[in-house]
Write a protein that binds this ligand. Sequence first.
Ligand SMILES: Cc1cc2nc3c(=O)[nH]c(=O)nc-3n(C[C@H](O)[C@H](O)[C@H](O)COP(=O)(O)OP(=O)(O)OC[C@H]3O[C@@H](n4cnc5c(N)ncnc54)[C@H](O)[C@@H]3O)c2cc1C
Length: 387
Amino acid sequence: MGVGTTRKAIVIGAGIGGLCTALSLQQQGWQVSVFDKASSLREAGAGIVLAANAMKALDLLGVGETVRTVGAPVVQADIRSWDGTLITSLPAAKQAARYGTQSYVIHRADLQAILVQAVTAATPIQTNKLWVDEKRSERGVLAVFKDGTQEEADVIIGADGFHSAVRERLFGLSPVRYSGYMALRGVCTQEEASNATSGGGFEALGPGKRFGLSRLGNGRVFWFAAINSPQGKLPLVEDRKSEVLRHFYGWYSPIVSAIEATEASTILAHDIVDRPPLPRWSSGRMTLLGDAAHPMMPNLGQGGAQAIEDAIVLARCLRNPDIPIALSAYEKERMARVNRIVRMSRSMGRMVQLENPILIYLRNKLLSSVSDTRYIRRFDPIIGYEL
Ligand SMILES: Cc1cc2nc3c(=O)[nH]c(=O)nc-3n(C[C@H](O)[C@H](O)[C@H](O)COP(=O)(O)OP(=O)(O)OC[C@H]3O[C@@H](n4cnc5c(N)ncnc54)[C@H](O)[C@@H]3O)c2cc1C
């Protein structure tokens, strides 16, 4: 693009990563076009935890306060045994004081609505746009869509999620690593949660399965169930509720009542997977971001948070007018941190999905013996991160 003209970026994918990238680049004066293959932007019926590092990144994007208003602060984070015995309470209040913000839990649809509104104040999001290819052009790079249209820009950012077509185009297919467990998720309304003004809740651990529950505010409750199982054995939509009930029958209240209160057709099911880290995320005028770059298992609740951090660092690096150099600087700044979190998420999953009773006993003993100070120190590099 000519000197003096506004620089233009194309973002492929309007998930958390793509929307935050659009916002971040807009703040730096870029003209941004966002494309998504979906016919409409509808987020799944599930909650998401935004740890302090995610909240601080959202503050930099100017949407943190809205997220705080709509979401619920995490004031309680208990780890319990399947029968309700308290193993440990995570030091949510001490962490909030240390980091200057609480973590928040919010319905994904609410988070998406906040981000979409902020992005579309400057640029519309184009749906029904399946990205299929790129072409080099003299002025920059061309994005090619399945409908035959093309659009030119200085840079293309692939924020197209776990099954990223941009990643495949740039670096080929990379293997999927199965965790050994699937996750089912639901949102319901519970009478006993309606008076609670704050979010958070508990994670209950049983042999080869766990159940997490978090209040979202206004009586809404988000839950997830992680169950050891062979890959590719997800229950059909019509069987999901009975399957989760079967697995968690007899677990302490309000686990069974939360499942029972959930509309069966809205329960989501996923095999939990990641991919081995890539040696590079960028090539020429194209790069990857969020799950497209570094898919991770959700055990630390950091996939979305890392996508938001990526978005801020990428826009900062792109202040450099030399795009390939800017993209190298971006991946250099992000890779070590993100790859560490990918590894930690995998190993955390192994610890919380144990089946062997002796190992479970030792794990619970260990968890209950960890002091607040040690816990905070261990996770400081992740959630105490300053951008
Ligand atoms: C069970 C579970 C629980 C989780 N819990 C948390 C949590 O508590 N906290 C947290 O921070 N993270 C959590 N995560 C992770 C988080 O959800 C993801 O890391 C995050 O949503 C990734 O965002 P993204 O924008 O990179 O990708 P996505 O959200 O997958 O968005 C990709 C977008 O690209 C579009 N797209 C795909 N291909 C194309 C194409 N070829 N052309 C055009 N558009 C395309 C898609 O339609 C989609 O809208 C969890 C994940 C799971 C599975």
